[in-house]
Design a binder for this molecule. Structure first.
Ligand code: FE2
Length: 259
């Protein structure tokens, strides 16, 4: 009888997502799952995951989410408006940027944002390779995890986390146990349609790239170039690791596992 074997991979369930480590299982501890302290402990923030699939390269999705020059696309929902890039810096594994921007200015969303207690006029975002995050006033945060399906299809997993939301028209916070229910509704009515607009944009960008891949890139936001530099450098490190024998490149296998 033939010996049949099914490959297995280390798996963890955390933050409502299933995390699979597809690399060498011996290296799993070197690449831990990102820690989100806001979702742990006795009083975790409210959060409801959203999973989407878009026909776009994963780097286009990461670029889109942090590039606030596309506010006109969201003129109906206005998750941010009057955005002005204040600063950005790039380190080995991360690009961090700050915008002055009015966050949550949509007709519906602004009813829930407590602008008296939360600085919703500034936002910090980061691309901590390979994940993306944002922080508004230490009260509203999000994480985005992308899963490449192939060179032109990706899955995107969003976690929008809220410390508190206010009761519309009243200066009081929504009780914690109700937050999750409200978030599920908000996902359905507000956040998923909003992200649908981003999906349309990145899919159009992918289509444009395939048609005009050799055209000069016209990019308005300098941050996008920093994002792409980080993505390309990580890919290059991965390729370099593959070319070297495993014993001569201690970081290479871990990088290969990650990529
Ligand atoms: Fe967007």
């Amino acid at each position: 009888m033939p010996k049949l074997r099914v490959p297995s991979f280390p798996v963890q369930i955390r933050y409502g997502l299933i995390w699979i480590f597809p690399g060498d299982p011996a290296l799993v501890d070197e690449r831990p799952i990102p820690t989100i302290p806001e979702l742990e402990g006795p009083r975790p923030w409210a959060c409801a995951p959203i999973a989407l699939r878009w026909r776009a390269h994963h780097s286009m999705i990461i670029d889109n989410v942090s590039d606030f020059t596309h506010q006109h696309l969201h003129r109906r929902y206005q998750p941010f408006r009057n955005a002005r890039l204040q600063s950005f810096e790039a380190t080995d594994d991360e690009v961090v940027l700050r915008y002055e921007a009015e966050i949550g200015r949509g007709r519906l969303s602004q009813l829930f944002v407590d602008r008296k207690r939360v600085d919703a006029d500034h936002i910090t975002l980061g691309y901590r390779y390979p994940h993306q995050w944002s922080n508004t006033g230490d009260a509203i945060k999000h994480w985005l995890f992308v899963l490449p399906v192939d060179e032109r299809n990706s899955r995107a997993f969003f976690l929008f986390c809220f410390k508190s939301l206010k009761v519309p028209f009243l200066p009081v916070a929504i009780p914690n146990r109700l937050m999750r229910v409200i978030l599920r509704l908000a996902n359905r009515c507000l956040i998923e349609p909003l992200l649908g607009q981003d999906g349309t944009a990145v899919e159009a960008e992918q289509e444009g790239y395939e048609r005009h891949w050799d055209a000069q890139l016209a990019e308005l936001n300098p941050v996008v170039r920093a994002f792409q530099t980080l993505t390309v450098r990580k890919w290059q490190e991965y390729c370099d690791g593959r070319r070297q024998p495993a014993h001569s490149a201690p970081g290479a296998s871990a990088e290969r596992a990650e990529t």
